[in-house]
Design a protein around this ligand. Structure first.
Ligand code: HEC
Length: 119
């Protein structure tokens, strides 16, 4: 969990410095408004497989806490994010969210790990 919290904290820090450094750019605020939350993306895309285990997807939820904790421990959070972005086996690139940014996929992975209470 520490690792995830750390990643989340790093994200927040990055987001803050982004907005400060690009305040004068007219597109900066628009870009940020378009950044969707992990909850929203998970419910729209990821849950279709990860909620039920469809297509052999590892289920998200506290009952599967050990699986996700193990993945974080063995592969590392960044690897999970990369796999979600590029796809792996039956996991489609970006979970079929074609217009999702890397940042948005990262948000969705964080949310999945939180739902699973992964440590
Ligand atoms: C079409 C079904 C499907 C959808 C939609 C889907 N996934 Fe997956 N996902 C899978 C499958 C199947 C695997 C297992 C792949 C493997 O390791 O063989 C997987 C694995 C993963 C893994 C873990 C990889 C590992 O190392 O075990 C992550 C992280 C992940 N998905 C994130 C996401 C996110 C985030 C979304 C939504 C944006 C998403 N998935 C949507 C099917 C799906």
């Amino acid at each position: 969990m520490t690792r995830i919290l750390f990643a989340a904290a790093a994200l927040i820090l990055t987001a803050c410095s982004d907005s400060e450094s690009t305040n004068s750019a007219p597109t900066a605020t628009a870009d940020q408004a378009e950044r969707r939350s992990g909850v929203l993306l998970y419910r729209q895309y990821c849950v279709n497989c990860h909620g039920s285990g469809a297509a052999g997807a590892p289920q998200v939820g506290k009952h599967n806490r050990l699986y996700w904790s193990h993945e974080v421990e063995e592969e590392g959070f960044e690897t999970l994010v990369q796999e979600a972005i590029h796809g792996i086996n039956a996991m489609p690139p970006r979970g079929n969210c074609y217009d999702c940014s890397d940042q948005e996929i990262r948000n969705a992975v964080i949310y999945m790990l939180q739902l699973s209470a992964a440590k």
